[in-house]
Design a protein. Structure first.
Length: 106
């Protein structure tokens, strides 16, 4: 079984690189057109996928080179707190409008 492991790893690497290339937007592909990268990945079984992974697409820098959105707790999120205030104001207005209508109809 172990003698098949290198063959399976090469197939897995090729499949991963192929799917990654297909899912990469055209504007993120570097150096060559996307179709050429697909052909290189499929024709050169070990070299093609490795070259794609290292040189074929733009990668975000590790350590925050690109701005990443981070999850913010609701009580720390100003947009969420603002929406609560807007919801509260809307509910108060609806109660006032609804209460006035009930008083008029009686």
């Amino acid at each position: 079984m172990l003698r098949y492991l290198p063959f399976l790893l090469i197939i897995a690497l090729t499949i991963y690189a192929f799917i990654d290339c297909l899912n990469t937007p055209e504007e993120e592909v570097k150096h060559l057109p996307k179709v050429v990268w697909v052909l290189i990945i499929l024709l050169f079984s070990i070299v093609g996928p490795v070259v794609w992974l290292f040189a074929g697409r733009q990668r975000a820098a590790v350590g925050g080179g690109a701005r990443r959105t981070q999850w913010v707790a609701p009580d720390d999120n100003p947009e969420f707190l603002r929406s609560l205030g807007e919801d509260r104001n809307r509910d108060d207005k609806d109660r006032r409008d609804g209460g006035d209508k009930d008083d008029r109809s009686s």
